[in-house]
Design a protein around this ligand. Structure first.
Ligand SMILES: [Zn+2]
Length: 219
């Protein structure tokens, strides 16, 4: 089994890389470590064949590295759902607990968790769960901060790395799979009002919060 640090680096590169390689600075910020230790680790990952790394361009996952990253993400997201659904964890606690557990469980353990949960497609934050074969669904999303007034949307996912924020959103009923209408948007990055279509409740939230809520068009 690969070390916890290796798994965390691969996961972080997967999260940050779009079509372009990830810089040492971006990774250092994401993992909260020094630039020097990032460089050392990237060299190690490159000799392991998990990352292609060049000090000018940055790091990119190789197919082998992507496979490990997606497996770790599968473990993480299934654990989060298990904690929420079967152990009654509140939404704001599942990410941290899953971050710890994901490094210590076996494939057999996670497949049993998957079976008990009925082969789910999404974690409790609305992120897609990679399949056992390492396939992950992608769909078009936009942050609430860029949504249009008067249009209906479905919340697709919430950023999972801020427990206080998640607890707050959960208390308002702003959760994945909820249908909303955008009511009002103040200019200059001001507050945004949305209506929960089911309860007809209206909530006003800050622009910075809206950037962490992701939507898809309701069809
Ligand atoms: Zn998480």
């Amino acid at each position: 089994m690969l070390s916890q640090a290796v798994q965390d680096y691969l996961k972080a590169i997967y999260k940050l890389q779009g079509n372009k390689p990830v810089s040492t600075t971006e990774l250092a910020k994401e993992l909260n470590v020094s630039g020097a230790s990032v460089t050392g680790m990237l060299k190690r990952l490159s000799t392991m064949g998990l990352v292609s790394y060049n000090s000018y361009h940055g790091a990119k996952l190789t197919p082998a590295g992507e496979k490990v990253a997606l497996e770790t993400i599968r473990f993480h997201r299934l654990l989060e759902l298990y904690l929420k659904e079967k152990l009654n964890y509140p939404l704001d606690k599942v990410h941290e607990e899953a971050c710890r557990l994901e490094h210590f469980i076996s494939e057999e353990f996670i497949e049993r968790v998957n079976q008990i949960l009925g082969d789910p497609k999404f974690d409790p934050h609305g992120h897609p769960i990679p399949t056992k074969e390492g396939k992950i669904e992608s769909f078009d999303e936009l942050p609430l901060s860029e949504a249009e007034i008067g249009k209906n949307y479905t919340i697709s996912h919430l950023d999972d790395d801020n427990p206080e924020l998640l607890g707050y959103l959960e208390s308002l009923g702003i959760l994945p799979d909820t249908k909303i209408e955008l009511i009002e948007k103040s200019p200059f990055y001001g507050p945004i009002s949305l209506k929960l279509l089911k309860s007809q409740k209206i909530h006003t939230i800050g622009y910075e919060v809206a950037k962490r809520i992701f939507l898809r068009n309701t069809n």
